[in-house]
Ligand binder design. Structure first.
Ligand SMILES: *Cc1c(COP(=O)(O)O)cnc(C)c1O
Length: 349
């Protein structure tokens, strides 16, 4: 199934695909007890199982960044992100697989971090992968972080290296979203092959690359399944224009008309409070429910919050509907949040 220029763009295969679609019958039963009427079926698209460097959604996204880096003969990948960023850890692994070095800039976005937050989880993996770590003292200064990264690139060029910067901020083409256009094609194939009738897909909406790519890919294939984006970082009024822009940028990269209408963009921020990376009751409940019912591990920043949104949708869904949760990974972060999460686990589900 062709989608614009998708198959002509530079890409390095990094992810183990297709990732499985698992049914979650115990979780469905658990939710049924809380529902007004009738049964639903719940499914998880296991993109935590993309393999490389402990997996997750960023491995699919990196296929297009690394593809471009290879096309430009780069020898070093540069990236900036939060201290417990899954993206920078995945970039370090992808760089190694492509035979490159990696420089990571970690932004101090969390006030008074614990020693686990600073050293365990993704940070430990960054170090195992042998990435060079830099620190950026301001958390919410996207432009400043980008300039600091440019400075590191300049230093590398002066030494004769060829750096490739993975730019994630607005103003740069969201190449990573293309990984989720590919994922949309995979999901569309899986549900057709198995005659699975999915009525709604629920996905995390952070930078929006995953949400926009998935929605774009489905609509480009003529598939009308509603896609609900769950805000993990910004409120709905900021996230909506972001997704609109990202979809148009994907259309531009693929040299095709944008098949996504504004009314296709459905965003929910009911479980965002009190903010990015903060665990609320619904997130804690979702983490425990997925683990106790299905043995599925979720993280407190992204997938726990998205599962909280998914369970809320499952409680409202009509009898006989089938819902799909996109598991975007992030498990290494649980070790970085041990001090916060650990004490909350003693209460029962
Ligand atoms: C980055 C990330 C997300 C959000 O994906 P975006 O493409 O940035 O919206 C969701 N889940 C996990 C585990 C992530 O690491």
């Amino acid at each position: 199934m062709l989608i614009g220029k998708l198959d002509d763009l530079p890409r390095s295969i990094l992810a183990h695909t297709p990732t499985p679609v698992d049914e979650m019958p115990n979780l469905a039963k658990f939710v049924e007890a809380e529902r007004a009427s009738g049964a639903c079926r719940l499914y998880a698209k296991r993109d935590d199982c993309t393999g490389l460097g402990m997996g997750g959604n960023k491995i699919r996204q990196l296929e297009f960044y690394i593809g471009e880096a290879v096309a430009r003969d780069a020898d070093t990948i540069l990236i900036t992100g939060a201290v417990q960023s899954n993206f920078v850890r995945s970039a370090a692994a992808a760089a190694r697989k492509a035979g490159m070095d990696c420089h990571i800039q970690l932004e101090e976005r969390v006030a008074n971090p614990s020693s686990q937050y600073r050293r365990s989880g993704n940070v430990l993996l960054d170090r195992i992968l042998g990435a060079t770590l830099h620190s950026f003292p301001e958390g919410e200064n996207e432009a400043g972080a980008d300039r600091a990264l440019e400075d590191i690139a300049g230093g590398l060029r002066a030494k004769g290296r060829t750096p490739y910067i993975i730019h994630l901020g607005p103003g740069h083409p969201p190449l990573g979203a293309l990984g989720y256009v590919v994922a949309a094609r995979e999901i569309f194939g899986q549900i057709n092959e198995t005659d699975l009738n999915i009525h709604e897909i629920v996905v995390a909406s952070g930078s929006g690359a995953t949400h926009a790519g998935l929605l774009f890919g489905l609509r480009a294939l003529g598939c009308d399944i509603p896609v609900k984006g769950i805000c993990v970082r910004r409120a709905k009024d900021q996230q909506t224009p972001r997704i609109i822009n990202r979809c148009q940028e994907v259309a531009d990269m693929l040299d095709m008309d944008n098949p996504v209408r504004n009314e296709d963009i459905e965003i929910n921020d009911d479980v965002l409070a009190p903010g990015y990376g903060k665990i609320n009751d619904a997130v804690l409940h979702a983490i425990k429910a997925a683990a106790h019912c299905e043995g599925i591990i979720l993280d407190p920043v992204y997938t726990g919050r998205t599962m909280a949104g998914f369970l809320s949708r499952a409680r409202q869904a009509k009898a006989g509907q089938n819902l799909m949760f996109i598991h975007t990974g992030g498990q290494p972060a649980v070790f970085g949040y041990e001090d916060v999460l650990g004490p909350m686990l003693s209460s029962s589900l």
